[in-house]
Design a protein around this ligand. Sequence first.
Ligand SMILES: [Zn+2]
Ligand SMILES: [Zn+2]
Length: 388
Amino acid sequence: MMSRLSLFREGSLMTMSMSSSPTDLRQSTAVADSLSETVLPAVGGDAPLATPALRTAYAVVIVVPLLALIAAIALLWGPGVQPVHLYLLVGGYILTGLGITIGFHRLFTHKAFTTSRFMTAFWAILGSMAAEGSLFIWCGVHRVHHQFSDTHADPHSPHAVSARAVAIAEAHAAKIDAHRKASAIAGTADASADLDHDHHHHDHDDHAPGFRGLVSGFWHAHAGWLFRAHPADMERYIPDLRNDPVLRFVDRFFFLWLAVGLLIPGVIAGLVTQTWTGAALGVLWGGLVRILVVHHITWSINSACHLWGARDYVSHDHSRNNLIFGILGLGEGWHNNHHAFPTSARHGLAWWQFDLSWIIIRGMELVGLARNVRLPSPERLAAKRRTA
Ligand SMILES: [Zn+2]
Ligand SMILES: [Zn+2]
């Protein structure tokens, strides 16, 4: 009888206790086996650099959309821009952004709900079009982020540059191992229950001191981390995703979805304007500028939302609820809520915390497209509420 099998950090992203089907149990056992001993991923501020080819690729991915924006603005004085191009920018932002927030993040990384194979492919392809890396890499990095958030082993923390954060990460890994050994002896699978309540609070800012430290921490968390090697043992975090044939298919053809995501706005704009210039501007605004917007808003969840905002719930990191990115980030900016309750399909937990991704998941649930939608119970909400 497996009462609870959570190998991840407190409030775990993959607490399997709620799932009871044989498949889910097999999956959780597979994850358990693969993580039988905790190895600290060598990431964070001191992680080795990625290969030159990968660094070049990321430089292109960062710089080209920026150049596209400059070109798009410059071209306002020439061929200009038509309403269709702005609709494609906004519509493309919302659709591919939701591919990240609903698909890559809440559905695949955190298993906040289940859905059909068609909807799985739909969200996975939309998320791939956001050009934030292939599905497996995105989800693997993000699971590592949750397990080690704001410690030295976090792939993208604005705080993970201090020796203090290193110590916290090492203590945490040691503790997980100790709990596992203890539960193995006791013959239970309950390796994580105590971790829920007994954790390292590190409420002080760990980024290097001063304005320069803040800027370098911000840059590292925002996009600088892309130039570092992926977490060494990232594969161990995603065996459940790799087992899914639909996700394997979408992951393998990442570059195809990327190209399709650039072409579609060009085709639509070309049909609407009936000109080649209009089509090219469609690719520019609905493709490249849209990618720029999605990138920087997503990255702001990693940078700004671990620096500025309210901390309504107890989480063991610096995650914040940030109003601006709550709205712009399609609900993802309620990031302290998310770190406190990672498996929750809803991030904007208060009625006023606008969470477009949740509204759509709820809508999917109402029409039968989303099932097993996970939300924190009132008791858990009350228990984690920060009172001071
Ligand atoms: Zn975070
Ligand atoms: Zn998450």
